[in-house]
Design a protein around this ligand. Structure first.
Ligand code: SAM
Length: 350
């Protein structure tokens, strides 16, 4: 099951009978290892300011069409309080690589959330310094999300221009985050131009090697204001080798991630829900996922955090997202998780 060729075979299969078997295996492994509870993570997109120029991302520095924001501390705290009132066990604070979110400001914010609430705190603030990771852990942050996006180094370097004088090695950072004591989460986009089936199989195997506590995967969705969003200028892998950025491929990767990393927390992502608004979340949850991330970002900011077009849930309030997610979870016979929903992978490692 964990051999590269076997993974490639699954990624390539279009046989409905075989796929039904894959969904069933992933669902059984999910049930046995992380149970029926679906944990809700309140997502707060605290800033869309970004110093980096990732070739695919709608909030990258190069998108000059975009109005920029950084949420004030009090507003973020209000969101955290709202998360508590909704019964969520975790808030995820996500942003571009925003150096205005400096070490001390973020440390103060984490300390306030931790002193006022029982919430687990997840950070997704991009590539930052060792000093910052240490200070934020010390202030009480529990988890860090940083997708490595692709394990193909050449493709990675092509779509992640470095800042002058800086290196960009997310795989080393992920190892270090685990050493520091964070629950570490990572993942990839599916169907990046130039990504081959072999690359994607290597990505899935790397989830295991890195011993990830959380794995988030979603389809790559082109954004017109980015270099990768200009179809005429993009290089694809050879015919028959390029991974498609489809809903179906996303379910395969979720299912395989579950089989390879049985104890990881795996979300059914917003990018997936963007491709299939009606049932994408539910199908992700039925094919290996056990987490959803209802958006809590105040409505006035949501359209400014459009990392890809037509992003799901952009017009909803935090309360809308909460009831929508709960309804979807209950509709497939699952339960809404209580408490922090720490990664069982982490607990066994400790
Ligand atoms: N700055 C942080 C970082 O780099 O990890 C967090 C914010 S970044 C916008 C969060 C994730 O959005 C990225 O890891 C990437 O996988 C995803 N993303 C960005 N642009 C996307 C696109 N066009 N299609 C699908 N996912 C995208």
């Amino acid at each position: 099951m964990y051999e590269k060729q076997e993974i490639i075979k699954w990624l390539r299969t279009e046989d409905e009978y075989q796929l039904a078997k894959l969904w069933q295996m992933a669902d059984e492994v999910r049930k046995r290892n992380v149970g029926d509870a679906v944990h809700l993570r309140g997502l707060i997109e605290i800033s869309n300011i970004c110093a980096r120029d990732c070739g695919y991302c709608g909030i990258s520095a190069g998108n000059t069409e975009l109005e920029r924001y950084r949420m004030p501390e009090e507003e973020i705290l209000d969101c955290a309080r709202e998360a508590v009132s909704f019964g969520y066990g975790t808030v995820v604070m996500q942003a571009g690589v925003d150096y205005g979110i400096d070490k001390d400001w973020m440390t103060g914010l984490i300390r306030r959330i931790k002193s006022e609430t029982e919430l687990a705190v997840t950070l997704s603030l991009g590539e930052r310094t060792e000093e910052e990771y240490l200070a934020w852990k010390d202030a009480g942050a529990d988890r860090y999300l940083l997708r490595f996006e692709t394990s193909n180094k050449e493709l990675y370097d092509k779509i992640h221009p470095r800042l002058p004088g800086e290196s960009s090695d997310r795989i080393s950072i992920l190892r270090r985050l685990k050493e520091i004591g964070y629950e570490a989460g990572s993942g990839v986009m599916i169907g990046i131009p130039g990504q081959t089936y072999e690359d994607l199989a290597n990505d899935i195997l790397l989830f295991k090697t890195l011993d990830l506590d959380m794995i988030g995967v979603g389809p790559y969705i082109p954004h017109h204001a980015t270099p990768l969003g200009k179809p005429g200028e993009v290089t694809y892998a050879a015919a028959g080798e390029q991974v498609p950025n489809t809903e179906g491929m996303t379910y395969k990767v979720i299912a395989l991630a579950r089989l390879v990393c049985p104890l990881a927390n795996i979300p059914s992502t917003t990018a997936l829900a963007t491709l299939n608004t009606d049932t994408g979340r539910e199908l992700g949850l039925s094919r290996g996922a056990n987490i959803v991330m209802p958006n809590m970002t105040p409505r006035k900011y949501r359209a400014m955090y459009e990392i890809y077009p037509a992003k799901a849930c952009i017009d909803e309030t935090a309360a809308d997202c909460r009831s929508c997610m709960s309804r979807r979870i209950l509709s497939i016979g699952r339960t809404v998780g209580k408490g922090r929903g720490d990664s069982p992978n982490r607990k066994t490692a400790a």
